[in-house]
Design a protein around this ligand. Structure first.
Ligand code: SF4
Ligand code: SF4
Ligand code: FES
Length: 198
């Protein structure tokens, strides 16, 4: 099929995601977990409307823009809110993106967030440091439907304070966790990280 991306005609295979055709930042997307379109960093303009590139398939005749001033402003705002609410000290790619977009989180004042949450060390293998969690839900999906089918992780809280936890907030050794490490592998911000690296 043929479509237009950033003003250029392109050929794409049937069922291709726009993410395969454009260069945009991503955060919640991972090839082995369910795509939920949560972070919005990958938004592109499709025929005049905003759509997540990670969750939108190419269609014949589509017109896609991936790097307009409006999209850059949107990504900058998203990054500013991530910086305000979350400790991104172990997420160098997000820090670099914030720098490139000239993010100024201070312009929003103080907002509640996850920073300051105590890290949880309840097993010998990895730490759960939700002050660094961007709530992408990749770990929950990796533990559940995406890879393991174990369901030792779930979600708690709402809005900016939402983050994963264990069922009933139990220590991990008291859940069905088999310590496979898949959740650690898919975590993009170091919120879950091996204890050997702490
Ligand atoms: S380490 Fe435990 S919590 Fe993480 S994916 Fe594996 S089973 Fe789930
Ligand atoms: S702990 Fe990591 S993988 Fe899980 S939701 Fe938070 S940032 Fe995403
Ligand atoms: S990567 Fe597409 S919405 Fe997060």
């Amino acid at each position: 099929m043929r479509l237009k991306v950033d003003g250029k005609e392109m050929e794409a295979r049937e069922g291709a995601l726009l993410l395969e055709l454009v260069q945009v930042p991503t955060l919640c997307h991972h090839p082995h977990t369910e795509t939920r379109g949560l972070c919005r960093l990958c938004l592109v303009e499709v025929d005049g409307r905003l759509s997540p590139a990670c969750a939108t398939e190419a269609r014949e005749g589509m017109e896609v823009w991936s790097d307009t001033p409006g999209l850059r402003a949107l990504r900058k705002t998203l990054l500013e809110w991530l910086l305000l609410t979350t400790d991104l000290s172990l997420a160098p790619e997000l820090q670099a993106l914030a720098l490139a977009l000239e993010a100024e989180p201070g312009r929003w004042g103080e907002v509640p967030g996850r920073k300051g949450r105590e890290a949880i060390e309840d097993n010998p293998f990895f730490l759960r440091d939700y002050a660094k969690c961007v709530n992408c839900r990749r770990c929950v999906d990796a533990c559940g439907d995406g890879i393991m089918g174990v369901y030792a992780l779930t979600l708690t809280g709402r809005g900016l304070l939402a983050h994963p936890t264990t069922p009933l907030d139990r220590p991990l050794p008291e859940t069905p966790c088999v310590f496979c490490g898949n959740c650690v592998q898919v975590c993009p911000t170091g919120a879950l990280r091996p204890l050997t690296e702490v």
